[in-house]
Design a protein around this ligand. Sequence first.
Ligand SMILES: Cc1ncc(COP(=O)(O)O)c(C=O)c1O
Length: 442
Amino acid sequence: MSIIKLLNKKTKKALFTTPSHNQTAIFSQKYMPFYEDDFSEIEGFDNLSNPKSSIMIAQGRASEIFKAKQTFFITQGATSAMIAAMKTLIKPMDKVLVARNCHKSVFSGLVISAALVDWFMPDENNTWGIYTKIDPKKLEATLKLDDYKVFIMTSPTYEGVNSDIKEIAKICKKYKTYLIVDESHGSLYNFSKNLPETALEQGADVSVNSLHKTAGALNQCAILNISKDIQNYDEEAFQNSINLIHTSSPSYPLLANIEACIDYLNSKKGRNEIDSIIMEIEKFKKELLRFGIEFFEDINHDPMKLFLRKQGLSGFDLSDFMYDEYDIEDELNNSIACLYLTGIGTTKQKLEKLKQALKKIKTNPSYEFTQGDFQPHPLVKMQPLEAFNKNYIYTNKEDSLLKISSTTIIPYPPGIGILYPGEAIQKWHLDYLNNNVKIISN
Ligand SMILES: Cc1ncc(COP(=O)(O)O)c(C=O)c1O
């Protein structure tokens, strides 16, 4: 029986178990639907840490839909899915190559798996101020140099840039390096021909989807997909890693939400919704181009990520203008452009509101965009686990140069670290920071 059907059955049993709330909202009726389905692993229910019935069935159906060997449901976000994947494939002191534009959860994964990290810098786009693709040639040149167990990258990026995973996967296979792709922002790819191919379809060993970002699920809903072609697959090892970091009381409403989300995306209605949003976006762009709005474009770009700018206005000012004048909030912005995310739930009316507001932007003709400012290649002086365990002292800015940071500095969003514990503080960082920084004391 599916998770949703199981919850719909409504138990008549007297439950002297956790949770004690008796499936009743005691504090606020507003949250009643959550309470109604909020059980623990009572008799007849499945267990996420060792699924044997409804969760196993739901995960099995999801794996068929995502063309995976196995799909695991995660109720603690893509963060936990990434950490679990890393903990499984990386043994202590394994060398790991990581694209620097990965989300901060990857640093947590490096600490937890006691990995030795080398950072890989993705290509940069100066005129839009964003990281773009992983260059396969540069990747191959790096993989040649050392015995990397895993390569970890993000595709698509927040702004919708997709790397050539087919080529990257081929290279990783050649060097016997596992490829983990954080596909958090590409959870709809499996459900439309108008979107790029999924990382798994292109040859990644593991991919992670954050279903709450653009796929309509509740916050914290995520899945971890394992490729049918992964070498030396150890199901128990993956399950153990998930169990290591996952709560022992996963939320049934969230599990059911993951199941419902995937079923919806896979339905005709869900697929049609995605395609009709993409169609509306095409019209939206066409019209706004006539008003001087420029959209970031690229080969294999995700059309649902609206990263846009207008000459004569910084991205920061554009963001403020849209927020102050029209109550429209972007997902992120930089000095050049703003990112408006779309996905399941983006209505024609919402797009129309954005379009009308964008038409009214006021600009200053003498203003010129600044170029993107990118962090230098990190200088790793101490590996993540060791650095994470160190004490720190405060120092002033002038004294910090080339000392080892114990601070994590992560502008959010996008959640890409510019300084992690164990890395030397370089001049660029000092220019970036105005405040005191913490350093490791020895
Ligand atoms: C690329 C990427 N990966 C992972 C995450 C973490 O996702 P979650 O919030 O589902 O844990 C984020 C969140 O912003 C992200 O942008």
